[in-house]
Ligand binder design. Structure first.
Ligand SMILES: [Zn+2]
Length: 77
């Protein structure tokens, strides 16, 4: 079940809920004040950012140097 992040429209506290995808946009009640909240879409973004971060250091495919990444500049020779 996916984890969704919500922010309370009254007290602005953030909380997370595990719920079926079909109910992702349903109103969730805030654990602090029990008012309505809206879904925040930032959680998925932060997940993919960390996934990218672990594979990024190999930019350029391993050939070339730190300045050109193509294997054809003066530093490569
Ligand atoms: Zn609240």
């Amino acid at each position: 079940m996916p984890l969704y992040e919500y922010i309370c429209t009254s007290c602005e506290s953030k909380f997370e809920l595990l719920r079926p995808m079909s109910r992702a946009d349903d109103a969730a009640s805030c654990p602090q004040c029990h008012n309505g909240s809206r879904r925040v879409l930032s959680l998925f973004a932060s997940f993919s950012r960390s996934a990218d971060g672990s594979s990024m250091p190999i930019a350029g495919g391993g050939s070339g140097c730190s300045t050109c990444a193509g294997g054809s500049c003066a530093t490569c020779q």
